[in-house]
Design a binder for this molecule. Structure first.
Ligand SMILES: [Zn+2]
Length: 390
């Protein structure tokens, strides 16, 4: 952490004229309303290409973004994260504002927590680490696995996890490589393997399954967090799957849930958002129209028709853009859209067992050591902008 504080203080001593503000993206704000509020020209948005405009619709309410202001309170630069790997970078160049998509500078760290249970795993993880993200991810991964109510005081819990950081602070989703609860002298393991949680026997645990939202002719664009386009010399992301289908094809809710949003959403055109199972959300974009009477707050069933394929917003042909979010972070729908849970077999099971044997050893080591868990504190923000050369 010392590194970030040094960076910050360097900034303070050399450039005290301007200052950095960190703000939360308000609910209902779009990139266009943001430009308007800050008296910036709308051409910044309209000169972006189609894909960039679509990405601008991906700004998640509540995301922390950074603003550099001059001493006379004029906006100079803005950084807004899009997904887990890219950000929109708005900056002044020759008295004009330009927008670029750039990679987020991320640090990735691996950590271990080994604690005794005194209250509940959730509360004990939170007390030990001060990380809601970790406590929530644990609750997701262990859901329905061990009866967490029958735990005894003094039962042991070990987590090996990966956390990413942006500007010194936790950022994006947490991966728990292995969780282990020892109760009644039995060790219960859950492993994260190829984007899903598995038990020790290689049975998939993901309790959340989605059905395909549309009858499509082909996938016209897959999910990608971060891709360098060599011809355009630009970074790209596509935070969903595009299913090509003709206008008017019914779009079905991928799972049971509750309608969060029905309406127009920037480059996504006519859009529906449905929340599922506390932490998941699905998004259906470029729709031609909505099912009659569909409104926010309404419950929907898996397979229920909610809208129709269209070509609205920034779309180069009729298709359904289907997005999936977990705790507001876009994830690849391909790992969740399926009917049944899978069990590993054959060579894949062998590879899994090898992989998990290694993690079991690490859990054993963690049980024997008495290193205290890493605690998230309120860190100072690292300086996020390039310094001007003068
Ligand atoms: Zn798309």
């Amino acid at each position: 952490m010392a590194k970030f504080i040094i960076i910050l203080s360097l900034f303070l001593s050399f450039a005290s004229a301007s200052y950095v503000e960190e703000l939360k993206w308000p609910k209902g704000e779009t990139f266009l309303t943001f430009l308007e509020k800050n008296h910036l020209p709308q051409t910044i948005y309209y000169t972006l290409d189609k894909e960039e405009q679509e990405l601008a619709a991906e700004i998640v309410a509540g995301v922390k973004y950074q603003v550099l202001k001059s001493e006379d309170n004029q906006l100079e630069q803005v950084l807004i994260p899009i997904g887990e790997e890219l950000q929109m970078h708005l900056k002044k160049k020759d008295d004009k504002f330009i927008m670029e998509i750039t990679p987020i500078m991320l640090q990735s760290e691996k950590r271990t927590v080994a604690i005794e249970i005194h209250n509940s795993p959730y509360v004990d993880i939170l007390n030990a680490t001060n990380s809601y993200g970790l406590a929530n991810e644990f609750a997701q991964s262990f859901k329905g696995e061990v009866n967490l109510r029958n735990l005894q005081k003094g039962d042991k819990l070990v987590l090996l996890y990966q956390q990413k950081r942006r500007l010194g602070r936790p950022f994006g989703s947490i991966k728990i490589d292995v969780s282990m609860i020892e109760t009644a002298k039995k060790k219960n393991y859950i492993f994260f393997y190829k984007e899903n949680y598995y038990d020790a026997k290689g049975q998939e645990l993901t309790s959340f399954l989605l059905a395909n939202p549309v009858n499509y002719t082909r996938v016209s664009s897959p999910f990608t967090q971060n891709r360098w386009h060599p011809i355009l010399q630009k970074y790209r992301a596509h935070l969903g799957i595009d299913y090509a289908a003709s206008v008017g094809t019914p779009v079905k809710a991928a799972g049971n849930g509750k309608v969060l949003f029905v309406g127009e959403k920037g480059g996504y055109g006519n859009t529906i958002e449905v929340s599922h199972d506390s932490s998941y959300k699905t998004l259906y974009a470029h729709l031609n129209g909505f099912a009659r009477g569909l409104r926010g707050g309404q419950g929907v069933k898996q397979g229920q028709v909610i809208g129709y394929v269209g070509n609205t917003g920034l779309s180069s042909g009729p298709h359904l853009h289907f997005g999936l979010y977990r705790s507001n972070v876009a994830i690849n729908p391909a790992s969740v859209v399926k009917i049944a849970k899978s069990a590993l077999g054959g060579n894949e099971l062998k590879a899994f067992i090898n992989y998990t044997n290694d993690l079991r050893k690490k859990v054993e080591n963690a049980l024997e050591s008495d290193v205290s868990p890493f605690r998230e504190e309120n860190f100072n923000l690292a300086y996020p902008f390039e310094r001007k050369q003068s």
